[in-house]
Design a protein around this ligand. Sequence first.
Ligand code: SAH
Ligand code: SF4
Length: 364
Amino acid sequence: MDFLLLFLKECRFRSFFLEKIDIKSWNEKELTEKIIEMKLPKFRAKQIYEWLHQKSAESFADMTNIGKKLQEQLDEIFVIRNVEIVRKQKSKIDGTAKYLFKLHDGEYIEAVLMQYHHGYSICISTQVGCKMGCTFCATGKGGFFRNLSASEMLAQIQMAQKDESVRVSNIVLMGMGEPLDNYENVLRFLELVSGDNGMNIGMRHISLSTCGIVDKIYDLAERKLQLTLSISLHAPNDEIRGQTMPINKKWNISELLKACRYYTNQTSRRISFEYAMIDGVNDSDEAARELSQRLKGIIAHVNLIPVNPVTETGFQKSSIARQKRFVRILESSGISATVRRTLGADIDASCGQLRGKFDKEECN
Ligand code: SAH
Ligand code: SF4
């Protein structure tokens, strides 16, 4: 009898302390296997999956057609990872909405919802912070805390959609964090978000931006996904890149561009190169000429972004005349280039800035 009591107590203790399974990071096959193991009819898995991915259910109680008993059973084993809006800024100029989300463990991340003529696009975070330490980047300055799960990436989209009553048609993995440093979870997110019974946002509507994690670029190329790869290049040579992007010490520009060539050969997709123009650092005529030489032969587009001055770096935006001249030099060498339109200029819409500001205000 004593043994039985002890056993029951142990079970209660375990279920209290054991972490619940993050259900929204599971694919439909995994969920179906679990439902069969629970001796429930298979169609329940489809219903639950649709509640999670298409109807953005925030709790099992929201799943009105599965019955109370199953709702309770699920609640014992699983958890639905949601995000909470802590702060929102909306641009008066163009309607861009910037969110500061709180995660279940009290960490903060950012996402930006933008309206274009072809629909809504969302820029989401893939990590809390970032390890890569780029000197011009607010996120990089704050250090690294943890990876996001696939469900936390989905939840950013779902929460923004709910809040603004819109449907997102494009996703950019360009918020806080380095997506290829959280590779497994990002791949899982891509599978879930593009799936037929999920949000069904096709790979051609998804962009992934990386500072240049070369081994993962090769792996992505092998997978032949149809997403758009953006490379944060920001410099025409190792000397300049090495000053601002520590990753360049691990893989230099030649190694990075070799991987990019391989990627375009495997996928036939054009690569987008991000280039933050910093006054007096990487914006000379010589830099433009060197850049065009290096990109020759790659199906590429260069996105020039006037650097967003982050406090303490001392970096300033290149002048408009400089930006225009830089574009002209690239184009005259046959490299397509544009200066990116700034959205949400009145709301710190550059990632890492709102979180940084929030931290400072919280600390004061
Ligand atoms: N870690 C990934 C994706 C997140 S950063 C990457 O580095 O690509 C998203 C983009 O914002 C990158 O192109 C990054 O280089 C750029 N960025 C970061 N700080 C910036 C700043 N202060 N001004 C302009 N672009 C910046
Ligand atoms: Fe990380 Fe990208 Fe910022 Fe570099 S630019 S620190 S890789 S988030």
